[in-house]
Design a protein. Structure first.
Length: 142
């Protein structure tokens, strides 16, 4: 199955979930803007168990840093689309006031740098990307 057809399937999945990127919406109870981010990347099959262990509840990882920089409801889903072809779908909501500034600050955090040194070699970016590929939001059910 080509990366293009896999990406189309993932986009359909994400549209069902109501996730995506580059959209700011306002909550009915809170006027604060929420930016919803959906992203995708391939996971090397030999790292599936290690990746799951790194992201288990028992391992705090960088959860506190994500919260510190305005990221909430960060979730990663894993699906084997074809035998041995594992793809991750990530979703989070950004609730801070300056996305670019917060992402730059997060990127400079020593613990985040170390975390990425462990996780990045386990992943294969989609063609044309160097890391997670952000996805277009096509639907959100408010």
């Amino acid at each position: 199955m080509s990366q293009k057809s896999i990406l189309i399937q993932l986009c359909i999945f994400i549209s069902i979930l109501g996730c995506g990127t580059d959209t700011a919406t306002k909550s009915k109870n809170n006027e604060k803007s929420v930016k919803r981010i959906g992203m995708v990347i391939k996971l090397k099959p030999e790292y599936v168990n290690q990746y799951k262990a790194l992201h288990s509840k028992e391992n705090p990882g960088v959860r506190d840093l994500l919260t510190k920089y305005g990221m909430r409801n960060f979730s990663i889903f894993l699906h084997e689309i074809e035998p041995g072809e594992f793809y991750e779908f990530g979703y989070y909501e950004y609730v801070g006031s300056n996305f670019e500034e917060d992402m730059q600050a997060l990127a400079k955090e020593d613990r985040n740098i170390e975390w990425l040194k462990i996780c990045d070699p386990m992943q294969i970016p989609l063609e044309g990307s160097t890391s997670w590929t952000e996805m277009e939001q096509v639907y959100f059910n408010q």
